[in-house]
Design a protein. Structure first.
Length: 578
């Protein structure tokens, strides 16, 4: 199925021209092109869009300007063997606390499995005494940890760092498959092993290490710093992040945060170049529950098709009508392709030609197949589903006895919605497929109407439904509407500069996208500038550190780099004129 998309650009362009709102046209184009910031950036790059190279300028490394003797000494300490040992011990001990969250968790205060988070909060308090003596700690919905370091200038929007305390459970049947026990926090000289070492206690402990170091060095923020640590991200965050975000929204108001950084995409090597790809968008999410109701009876006298058979037919039809790849202009992967075309020596020639061809027209319309997306999808499923709505039948139940025909067969189809598409598009697509099967078998179709009756197919959606996330702006500067010149920087520029300061200018920064969802889903109303990024990087550790599976681990180099990144990020954001 081709994903539909309207192409209203020409009317918008005419509107801009006729209204004379030239500066707003610039802003609109900046958002569409998703370019990375640079100190040498100019407005002409926005309009001269034929060549991909103009879509991926890079900022210069950004180092904090405010320095003191104490800050310099702490900078040196963070690269020392002594701190390395301390950081390893702190992370190892955090992993030893089994903060597992289960899909069937009961009410907080009644289900004892939540109580492990008391132990983790106590561990943080004892491990980071300076941070806890300086920052205000509020506990939201019992186990949500909200730290606030008040800045001296209340006119500046706060900077927010996120992580989650919980980890995916370790099935008892897999424990013996681990190289080291899953909650041992074992350090082998290179990696810290255990559940949560990579997802996401690495990031949480790096944040706390950086804040402890900042307090110890006498840093006092101008811009308020907020730390928000949920405790059920692995089971959708409804008790943790949802409450934390709601509390902040009520306290601070809409769009009150300057920038948010949460766990997310990592640095990668691709096409012969190294890229940092902070996630500036997330795909949407919808589970479609399907129920097939058909008459029961004794299995010795079966009909030509029973409920399970009809459900199987529908599943086959769904899988045979998968969504086609489509790269919407706002999809960050398009920006990554533009970066690759300019900077990567091994960027594929077919992609480069299609990218150049696409640049000749402003939009890709739904009436044609997206040739660029189809070519890019050849890299494999991990790439394809960055710009394709995914469909997976994950759960099915039907029948209770071998000699009884199933009267009710239920299944769940998971969708991760592509940028540029919507939950409504998914509903229409699956409803049309279900209608074909319903007509064939003379069944009543209930498409998302809340009804269920005998001899029917019923469609409904699960409790979690998300549209694709708003795309974080990736332009280098805000513009003044009065003089049409750059006046202030943007959080994306600060992130890019901080990252290149740590890793050098050989690392390219490009917008990225998350196929999964993070706790940031609840924070959309708090900031336009949300980044899902794991800044730690160890070239020898490929992939994501075995998250959610056996032998999860994190390289110590990556963990220490995450600490240093946070140390610079807080200071750079504190100095930034946004």
């Amino acid at each position: 199925m081709a994903e539909t998309r309207k192409c209203p650009v020409s009317s918008y362009k005419r509107q801009f021209i006729t209204s004379g709102l030239f500066c707003f046209a610039i802003l609109g184009l900046l958002r569409h092109y998703c370019i990375a910031p640079t100190s040498k950036w100019s407005l002409s790059a926005v309009f001269n869009s034929v060549d991909a190279k103009e879509q991926c300028p890079q900022v210069e490394p950004l180092f904090p300007a405010r320095k003191t003797k104490e800050m310099d000494e702490m900078e040196s300490y963070l690269t020392s063997d002594a701190f390395r040992d301390t950081a390893i011990e702190r992370l190892s001990n955090a992993v030893k606390i089994p903060t597992q969250s289960y899909d069937d968790m009961g009410t907080i205060g009644e289900d004892a499995r939540w109580d492990i988070f008391y132990s983790f909060a106590d561990y943080l308090s004892k491990t980071f005494p300076l941070a806890h003596a300086t920052l205000q700690l509020e506990k939201v919905n019992t186990h949500g940890l909200l730290y606030t370091w008040a800045g001296s200038d209340p006119s500046l929007k706060p900077n927010l760092l996120m992580a989650h305390q919980d980890v995916v459970p370790v099935p008892e049947s897999t424990v013996k498959q681990w190289s080291h026990p899953p909650f041992s926090g074992h350090y082998d000289g290179k990696f810290v092993w255990g559940r949560g070492a990579s997802d996401c206690k690495n990031q949480l402990m790096a944040i706390m290490n950086a804040v402890e170091a900042l307090v110890a060095a006498g840093f006092t923020p101008k811009r308020t710093l907020i730390l928000s640590f949920g405790f059920d991200e692995e089971i959708s965050g409804r008790e943790g992040a949802q409450h934390l975000a709601g509390y902040l929204l009520k306290k601070l108001g809409h769009n009150s945060i300057a920038s948010i950084v949460d766990e997310g995409a990592v640095n990668v090597e691709s096409w012969g170049a190294n890229f940092a790809i902070p996630g500036v968008a997330e795909k949407g999410y919808i589970d479609v529950d399907i129920v097939v109701r058909m008459p029961g009876g004794h299995s010795s006298i079966p009909p030509a098709h029973n409920g399970i058979g009809v459900a199987s037919e529908l599943i086959t039809l769904i899988e045979a009508n998968a969504y086609e790849p489509h790269l919407a202009d706002e999809n960050p992967y398009l920006a990554l392709l533009q970066c690759g075309a300019e900077h990567a020596p091994d960027f594929p020639r077919p992609l480069a030609k299609l990218l150049h061809k696409r640049s000749q027209r402003h939009k890709t319309c739904s009436s044609k197949k997206d040739a660029l997306a189809l070519e890019a999808a050849k890299a494999g499923p991990a790439i394809k589903y960055l710009f394709t709505t995914s469909v997976a039948v994950d759960i099915i139940h039907g029948g209770v006895k071998t000699n009884a025909l199933p009267e009710r067969t239920a299944l769940t189809v998971n969708h991760r919605i592509n940028i540029g598409s919507s939950s409504d598009a998914v509903k229409k697509h699956i409803s049309a497929l279900a209608a074909q099967v319903a007509r064939k078998h003379n069944l009543t179709l209930h498409p998302f109407d809340g009804s269920e009756s005998p001899a029917s197919i019923t469609l409904s959606h699960g409790p979690t439904m998300l549209e694709p996330a708003p795309v974080t702006p990736t332009s280098p500067f805000f513009l003044s509407s009065s003089n049409k010149t750059s006046t202030t920087t943007t959080p994306y520029a600060v992130l890019s500069g901080t990252t290149r300061a740590l890793y050098g200018t050989d690392l390219l920064v490009s917008p990225g996208i998350m196929t999964g969802n993070t706790d940031t889903r609840y924070y959309w109303g708090l900031s336009d500038h949300i980044f899902r990024y794991g800044p730690g990087w160890d070239k020898e550790q490929l992939g994501l550190g075995n998250i959610h599976t056996v032998d999860e681990r994190i390289g110590v180099k990556a963990h220490l780099d995450t600490v240093r990144w946070m140390w610079w990020w807080v200071r750079n954001m504190d100095e930034a004129v946004l």
